[in-house]
Design a binder for this molecule. Sequence first.
Ligand code: 0L1
Ligand code: MG
Length: 263
Amino acid sequence: MGNLTKDQIEQLAEHCENAELQAYEITKITDDFPDMTYKDAFDIQWEIRRRKEARGHKIVGMKMGLTSWAKMAQMGVEQPCYGFLADYFAVPDGGEIKIDELIHPKIEAELAFVTKAPLKGPGVHIADVLRATDFVMPAVEIIDSRYKDFKFDLKSVIADNSSSSRFVAGGTMAKAEDLDLKNIGVVMELNGEVVQVGAGAAVLGHPASSVAMLANMLGERGEEIPAGTYIMIGAITAAVQVNKGDSFTVRYQDLGTVSGKFV
Ligand code: 0L1
Ligand code: MG
């Protein structure tokens, strides 16, 4: 059930998207719309997606966010969320990220699943995901909440496309069955120093359960994950703040490295 009108959804989508495109901070939108519901929040996100597609952008993937208990506790929210990835969010492995286009970016070590069959909730579980997975590859997400000082609640985050801003897909790909997905180790280095370590199970106990949750959340809106979708599963490590000039390398057990530089 929604409490916002169509006009309010459109205005809030423009408000959040302008903050993203022009890289300025806003206050959390539930301050002004305390009665907004989760449906309203997703309607705002889907309206931002529609606006980008209407301007000719392609949607090149999906992401899950807040998929570890540590991250939920760190951000003071109570459940995961999803967002979409637009074409201009993609940065080549080893490439440069223009920090002036962003507000207060942080990096997260993630994995991405690429599907070869559709997944439609409700009722999707890990085995369905593994059967529908073409390959798994490393990814680093650059999140950039538009909310001042990352002060938000879950509805405001969802409306802000779950803080999506840039991502780097890289390393080497592998079949899911050739990986120990729960135990896969990750080491994040910033300017040559180890700043985070983690293992796949940090994400909802098993990385594939994040994709299952995405399928089930999309199913609530009558949407599905089409075959060929690139899906980032959420952070395996805590998010790390970055500054101009910083370089990162994330090393993945059996899957190579992903790197980039903020310029
Ligand atoms: O990718 C994510 O975990 C999304 C996080 C959304 C909240 C944040 O900006 O930290
Ligand atoms: Mg993330």
